[in-house]
Design a protein around this ligand. Structure first.
Ligand code: OGA
Ligand code: MN
Length: 203
């Protein structure tokens, strides 16, 4: 297991989340950026929420595109996550079964209201991951991720969506919110799921 994966396992055990500055090779992060472009070819679609897959832009304003193993760049990212999945299963016995992730673009004015990544009564998502792809992100651009404590009452941490930054957290334990972005905000959001979980119902 690499040093990075060891650190991730340790922090997940102690705090339930970890923010990493630049865990991927820079070259891979750079290659992911052009894959996260709203190119008008119907690759990106408005994200939906909840069991009935409603589209409510005031709650969630991003457009998304799921990563695809047929693309070599997507595959390289999925392979890194597969390595992490195996490392975490060996260390933490989380029983992570698979991983799914999508590119997300928040155009100016979009955010994602405070939510949990786990549907009530369904333990389908165990770990959430987000990688940020915003090279020239500045304080005034908004779009920060706000992580709340399990009760949802207190802010634990506010994370700037800077190029290369990755957050990993226990899906069930941390309600979170994406503040309204004032610039185009790009990321890859993903989830490790447990065996026996149903197909993706929320994003
Ligand atoms: C999500 C989400 C956080 C982020 O897609 O469920 O909470 O910082 N994303 O993009
Ligand atoms: Mn979320």
């Amino acid at each position: 297991m690499t040093h990075t994966m060891n650190t991730i396992a340790e922090q997940l055990t102690h705090k339930g989340y970890i923010v990493l500055d630049n865990p991927l090779e820079n070259q891979l992060t750079r290659q992911l950026f052009p894959r996260c472009q709203d190119d008008g070819q119907a690759r990106f679609q408005a994200a939906c929420i909840g069991r009935d897959k409603k589209q409510i832009q005031t709650i969630r304003g991003d457009v998304i595109s799921w990563l695809n193993e047929d693309d070599s760049t997507d595959l390289a990212y999925l392979a890194w996550m597969e390595e992490l999945r195996l490392a975490l299963n060996a260390e933490l016995f989380l029983g992570l079964f698979d991983y799914e992730c999508h590119y997300a673009i928040y155009h100016a004015g979009a955010g994602y209201a405070k939510h949990s990544d786990v549907l009530a009564g369904k333990n389908n998502r165990i770990l959430s991951t987000v990688l940020y792809l915003n090279e020239a992100w500045q304080a005034g651009d908004g779009g920060e991720l706000v992580l709340f404590d399990p009760t949802g009452a207190e802010i634990i941490r506010t994370i700037a969506p800077k190029f290369g930054t990755m957050i990993i957290f226990l899906s069930e334990s941390f309600p979170h919110e994406v503040l309204i972005s004032r610039a185009t905000r790009r990321s890859i959001a993903g989830w490790f799921r447990a065996s026996g979980s149903s197909a993706s119902l929320t994003n």
